[in-house]
Design a protein around this ligand. Structure first.
Ligand code: GLN
Length: 484
């Protein structure tokens, strides 16, 4: 039963094939036996069993909705009341949140059962989950390989069938890249669609919470439950949330798929490119039409993102100073030394690198040259998308240039690591919804992800196209060896 989708579990719970408590126990047991993946920072067994038994009571009374009693895991940067929230960092190693993030609260209200908190790159800075204070997460498709990042613990957990769904956050690709590298479906909604309240901030103008699961259909159900206006987040959008689930069955005949030549370049691994080309032909076979489009400022995406994200991070992370919560150094003589020692001990090397870059690009003399320039580029990148979407409904390409790479391969070369985001971070810069779905395997049996970018607030169309692709393929059904 562990390997089923959210919807299959939902059906089984309704038909009393097994209870939520039984399912929860089985998944916790499997999670303990797969501890070597290092997918979890914290397992919340007691709380999970309480939530599951509450869900079983609702189900017995014929109450609850499609997600009642369904287990999931949360990326460890969503605040969870009474449960440790570390953000993969030593500086928050002992932090127990006094409140729940809105997303956590909404999924609990929908009846979902939290199994635990997953491993991640420290403060979501990374593309491989190697930047965690708690050590790297392994990819279930190849234990010597990274699961992608920064939501790599969430992705590894779902890929290993330790949970049917997981939350993640995506600032420049952190839901879509791990989904691609672990063979999952993952969606980053439009900026503002899902509340950021209680989500530890990395780069506030780019961060978005979302979901990873086995299918687009499952993503639609979970996204539905987490979306919508929240008065506690001033950047959340006060717009009705469309019925994502209903929209899945719409025909994709006549839908126009834009293919930017900038996404089909030499930098893409040939096996990845081939799988994406075949997938596009399949979508054409289902009635979609393709056109060539231009995203002329794409090449500016990486430099633009790697100025703006660190700038925002340097401001957001100023709050971790050892005064109110989190780690505090034990040896210091005055308050300045306390700050210095706390932050030196509490942050890992990648976070420190970002804080230095961020402070630099915001400093007098460099602000105009870097920060303001990057903001202008961000506008151009967003305008490119607006123009492209006058002609198409969805933009398709590869999610990542390669499949999962070996642990350690890029840790000494931050720029190589940043280049993994080449196709993903422009959607964040423009605030657009985007998703990755499984689209094949390479010769080594590693999953390949296809990237779909939608119009602003139009999650429904990418979920719909992805769903039709999945009705006609079975990549998303494959299970890594040893995890069935
Ligand atoms: N890889 C990007 C970074 O390191 C994106 C991370 C993310 O989306 N959280 O910043």
């Amino acid at each position: 039963m562990e390997c089923r989708t959210v919807l299959e579990h939902s059906q089984a719970l309704k038909e009393r094939e097994y209870s939520s408590v039984e399912l929860t126990q089985a998944l916790l047991e499997k999670s303990r036996s797969c501890a070597g993946l290092n997918a979890f920072i914290t397992l919340t067994e007691e709380q999970a069993l309480e939530q599951a038994s509450h869900a079983d009571k609702l189900i017995a009374k014929g109450e609850g909705g499609p997600l009642t009693g369904i287990p999931l895991v949360h990326k460890d940067l969503f605040c969870t009341k009474g449960v440790r929230t570390t953000c993969g960092s030593r500086i928050l190693d002992n932090f127990i949140s006094p409140y729940d993030a809105t997303l956590v609260e909404r999924l609990e209200q929908a009846g979902m059962v939290m199994l635990g908190k997953t491993n991640m790159d420290e403060f979501a800075m990374g593309s491989s989950t190697e930047n965690s204070y708690y050590g790297p997460t392994r990819n279930p498709w190849g234990h010597e390989r990274v699961p992608g990042g920064s939501s790599g613990g969430s992705a590894a957990a779902v890929a290993a069938r330790l949970a049917p769904a997981a939350t993640g956050t995506d600032t420049g690709g952190s839901i879509r890249q791990p989904a691609a590298l672990c063979g999952l479906s993952g969606i980053k909604p439009s900026y503002g669609r899902v509340s950021r309240y209680g989500m530890v901030a990395f780069a506030s103008s780019l961060d978005q919470g979302g979901v990873m699961a086995l299918t687009s259909e499952d993503c639609a159900y979970v996204l539905q439950a987490m979306s919508g206006f929240d008065k506690k987040d001033s950047t959340s959008i006060d717009q009705p949330v469309p019925d994502y689930v209903n929209a899945l069955s719409d025909s994709i005949s006549g839908k126009v798929i834009g293919l930017p030549k900038e996404f089909f370049t030499d930098g893409v691994d040939e096996e990845v490119a081939q799988a994406i080309r075949e997938s596009i032909s399949m979508l054409e076979g289902l009635g979609a039409r393709t056109i060539d489009i231009d995203l002329p400022n794409s090449a500016a995406g990486i430099p633009c993102y790697y100025v703006l994200a660190p700038a925002e991070a340097s401001s957001n992370l100023a709050r971790f100073d050892g005064v109110r919560y989190g780690h505090r150094a034990s040896e210091y003589t005055d308050i300045t030394e306390m700050y210095e020692a706390t932050r030196s001990e509490g942050f890992g090397p990648e976070v420190k690198r970002r804080l230095l870059i961020g402070a630099y690009v915001l400093s007098i003399g460099y602000f105009e040259a870097y920060y303001v320039k990057a903001q202008k580029l961000r506008r151009l990148i967003a305008d490119d998308f607006s123009k492209a979407f006058e002609k198409c409904d969805v933009i398709v390409g590869p999610t990542a240039p390669t499949t999962a790479f070996p642990i350690g391969l890029k840790t000494d070369d931050p720029v190589q690591m940043y280049l993994n985001d080449v196709f993903t971070n422009s959607a964040n810069l423009a605030g657009l919804p985007a998703m990755s779905i499984p689209a094949g395997f390479d010769g080594q049996g590693l999953p390949i992800g296809m990237h779909l970018i939608g119009k602003y607030l139009d999650e429904a169309t990418i979920l719909n196209v992805a769903h039709h692709y999945q009705l006609n393929t079975d990549w998303h059904r494959r299970i890594p060896e040893g995890y069935a």
